[in-house]
Design a binder for this molecule. Structure first.
Ligand code: SF4
Ligand code: SF4
Length: 444
């Protein structure tokens, strides 16, 4: 007999659309992953340890430019600190590589387990677990090798690293670093994951110190009679916590997954979610028609000042990188012999010339001696050519006739003219002449 079903009563309930912070976060994660790949592979950022260079957004910095390297790194840290002050744990949940890969590993493992359970439903639970673990760890091993490869590309040229990898080089420092990074990555994303955030990473504690009453966080509205205690928010949380116990739990990265969960379940009952993004513990909810200042988090003067400082810092860094001298030159006196006198009666003082071309174009350097009568530079080419990235160190002499200069210490300047771009570098030096100007000094 055909089953007769009673017609469903038309419900007056309006289902509210749920929030979708999960989707937004996954899009940001994808963009971050692309940036993570592109930065070292495109030379935009790398500490090239074998070649002792720091690639930083188009500039190639040398160890001799340590101050710029140092301030570039401090700038990146400052940017993260400013972000913590304005947007709380947004860095953790949206941008941090540890979080991105931990979530991806957890999601992938759940998906593999579900598929294996479905496909091999006739097998015992132990056998299914074995198959899903084998599949998960095989893929994770390949992913770990790839991630370790990209990570080490932040310190070694990709082609060099690829060559070492293909020749199974695990004897040298690079090989050992590659093997240990792969192992570390595998263990991290298989077993540690978000435990790293609470057990090791200091950022959560730092954020606690930087946050104030206007910092963005995720807040639960304590209206117990409205909460249906479904615990969906707790189950959705990657960090395994219950947001209803407070917004300032150290584990909470303010990712918004619990907001999605609550808005989905309560939305079906036609109710607003009980969990929101909020500017501080008592601030307005982010969805309450905010002004542009509120939307961007610039809610008071302190935030404008901090952001202004960040912009000034970025400009100063840009100027110092763009206007640094591409060719670094040094001239120092070599006092192995104070002076020598050659057969033609000329006094010689020896100097050491050092130059490095840190720019992207070739350079031509010419040395001359000024401010001392009859002084000449000898023993070095008229034009010293330096290709990009090349360094040189050479000895040269300054000569002067005995007649016409003061006995003892004389002063002059060595001028290095750099073509095509840099102009002139000047080095004040001393020139030692014999006190006895009869010329019976250290004859060559
Ligand atoms: S409590 Fe909510 S916002 Fe905090 S980590 Fe868990 S899901 Fe994310
Ligand atoms: S998802 Fe919302 S309704 Fe369910 S327990 Fe969490 S706060 Fe309460």
């Amino acid at each position: 007999m055909a089953e007769v079903t009673a017609p469903r009563k038309k419900s007056a309930l309006v289902v509210l659309p749920s929030t979708n912070y999960h989707r937004k976060r996954k899009i940001v994660h994808l963009v971050c992953f692309a940036i993570f790949l592109l930065l070292p592979l495109s030379n935009l950022m790398r500490f090239d340890i074998p070649h002792q260079r720091f690639y930083f957004f188009g500039a190639v910095l040398w160890p001799s430019e340590f101050a710029i390297i140092f301030f570039s790194l401090i700038f990146l840290m400052f940017a993260i600190v400013v972000m913590a002050m304005l947007y709380g744990r947004m860095y953790c949940s949206y941008l941090c590589p540890q979080m991105i890969f931990s979530e991806a590993a957890a999601t992938f493992q759940t998906s593999v387990t579900r598929k294996v359970n479905k496909k091999f439903s006739g097998m015992s639970q132990g056998a299914r677990k074995l198959i899903s673990n084998a599949a998960f760890f095989s893929v994770l091993l390949v992913a770990s090798i790839f991630l370790a490869f990209v990570f080490i590309c932040y310190f070694v040229t990709p082609l060099d690293l690829l060559h070492r990898l293909l020749s199974l080089d695990i004897h040298t420092a690079g090989g050992v670093a590659g093997a240990s990074t792969t192992l570390f990555t595998l263990l991290d994303f298989a077993f540690v994951r978000q435990r790293f955030c609470t057990a090791i990473c200091p950022y959560g504690y730092l954020q606690g110190m930087l946050a104030d009453k206007q910092t963005l966080l995720v807040r639960y509205d304590e209206q117990t009679e409205k909460c249906i205690n479904c615990k969906k928010c707790e189950r959705a949380c990657f960090m395994g916590i219950d947001i209803r116990k407070g917004s300032h739990q150290i584990e909470c990265t303010h990712c918004g997954e619990c907001i999605d969960a609550c808005s989905e379940i309560l939305g079906k009952l036609g109710r607003e979610p009980l969990i929101h993004y909020s500017w501080g513990d008592t601030g307005s909810q982010s969805g309450a028609k905010p002004t542009w200042r509120e939307r961007t988090g610039l809610r008071d003067g302190k935030r404008f000042v901090v952001l202004g400082l960040l912009v000034v810092y970025a400009c100063a860094l840009y100027i110092s990188i763009q206007f640094r001298q591409p060719v670094m030159i040094k001239v120092v006196a070599d006092r192995t012999n104070l002076y020598t006198i050659d057969g033609a009666g000329l006094i010689h003082n020896s100097f050491r010339f050092m130059a490095s071309n840190r720019g992207a174009k070739g350079a031509q350097i010419k040395l001359s001696a000024v401010d001392m009568q009859g002084a000449k530079v000898v023993g070095i080419g008229d034009d010293i050519l330096l290709r990009p990235g090349e360094s040189t160190q050479q000895m040269f002499d300054v000569t002067a006739p005995v007649a016409g200069i003061e006995p003892g210490v004389n002063h002059l300047r060595i001028v290095a003219t750099v073509a095509p771009s840099q102009g002139k570098d000047e080095f004040p030096v001393t020139f030692i002449a014999p006190v006895d100007t009869t010329g019976e000094g250290n004859k060559k």
